[in-house]
Design a protein around this ligand. Structure first.
Ligand SMILES: [Zn+2]
Ligand SMILES: [Zn+2]
Length: 365
């Protein structure tokens, strides 16, 4: 195991920058916000922020050397997209059925929507009505190794481009069906066109049973569906909505080649936030599910500042909204009126949010 140690000076420059205008911009944060962001200069096991640990050569950083993006290089990037008054909504487009029953679909995508809205605090996140696989007109196949159905990402991105509303900052398609980017590839978790603000992600492989021999999404090996015969998707298996599945969907994941990520991580890229190499952070790249599960659910201070200048929220308000999302279903009234949100897997994040708010809400002296 290797810990990527960065000096406090190096982290300070990455966070604040040495450019006068950016130092001035930084000085507009409240004392509490500055104190909180600067917690990141001293990462450690008992601290709010952690250094990055690399467990093996198959982890993202050793496998994909990339240039570190500090706050200044993010800020100066002429190609980054920023929401504005006319483009301030994130749209989520569910594709195909999600969950075993209709209400579960609605509930799950609503949970994801609510999470995204708290995460990108200040933007509005809207759900588009679910479309069937046939509606997208995409190509599909049966994977010759795993024998599950897969749909073609390029066709889906094209479909989403046409669906994208006028006021969209970005549109993300989500599906429980596995994806492939081209015939020669086994699969992808997702794919995005960052400069067009379009992405599509599959949660199929977040199913704990996906890699087991008796995975319920395997078709009979003989079946070779014809192009355009979408009836094969009718009643096709979708994973049960468990707490782990919800946590993993809220986070992100990617295969190498940079075309794979999920929800918050991927939407983060749409703001121009690159992979984080500073601290343990939701924007770190990850090569495999185990590595993704090790990542925290939220940003390090450097990436947080990038998002904050893009949307312009109060840092404490954003954490309060995230905490509210994790706790809102736990009142007795909510528990008997609807399906309880499976947030057990969010316990660590919840305690972490309390610690952040502790620093942010503590007055000086
Ligand atoms: Zn990524
Ligand atoms: Zn970061």
């Amino acid at each position: 195991m290797e810990v990527i140690q960065r000096s406090a000076d190096e982290l300070q420059t990455a966070l604040v920058s040495k450019r006068q205008d950016l130092v001035k911009l930084y000085s507009k944060y409240t004392n509490e916000e500055k104190r909180f962001l600067e917690e990141g200069l001293h990462p450690g096991p008992s601290h709010i922020f952690q250094a990055i640990t690399v467990l093996s050569d198959s982890d993202w950083i050793p496998a994909h050397p990339e240039k570190s993006q500090d706050f200044e290089s993010f800020y100066r990037d002429p190609n980054r997209m920023t929401p504005n008054a006319n483009h301030n909504t994130i749209y989520i487009q569910p594709i195909g059925s999600i969950g075993v029953a209709g209400f579960q679909t609605d509930q799950y995508v609503e949970w994801l929507r609510g999470y995204c809205q708290a995460f990108f605090y200040g933007l509005s996140v809207k759900l588009l009505p679910t479309v069937s696989v046939a509606d997208t007109g995409c190509a599909f196949r049966v994977n010759s190794n795993s024998h599950n159905l897969q749909i073609l990402t390029g066709d889906l991105l094209q479909f989403l481009g046409k669906q994208k509303p006028e006021d969209a900052f970005c549109i993300v398609g989500i599906t429980m069906i596995d994806l492939y980017p081209k015939d020669s590839w086994n699969f992808v978790f997702g794919q995005a066109s960052l400069n067009r603000g379009i992405g599509v992600f599959s949660f199929a492989r977040y199913d704990d049973n996906f890699y087991s021999r008796n995975y319920a999404g395997r078709l009979q090996t003989q079946l070779q569906p014809k192009p355009g015969h979408y009836s094969v998707f009718d009643g096709y298996y979708t994973p049960p909505i468990t707490s782990t599945l919800l946590l993993r969907s809220c986070k992100k994941l990617e295969t190498y080649n940079c075309c794979l990520q999920t929800m918050t991580h991927e939407i983060g890229h749409m703001f121009g936030i690159k992979h984080c190499q500073w601290l343990s952070c939701v924007m770190q790249g990850s090569n495999h599910l185990e590595e993704s599960d090790r990542r925290p659910l939220d940003f390090c201070p450097i990436c947080l500042r990038k998002l904050q200048v893009s949307i312009n929220f109060k840092i404490a308000e954003r954490y309060k909204a995230l905490l509210h999302w994790m706790e809102e279903d736990q009142s007795p009234a909510a528990a008997c009126s609807s399906v309880p949100k499976p947030t057990e897997a969010f316990q660590t994040s919840k305690l972490w949010l309390y610690r952040c708010l502790d620093v942010l809400l503590k007055q000086n002296g």
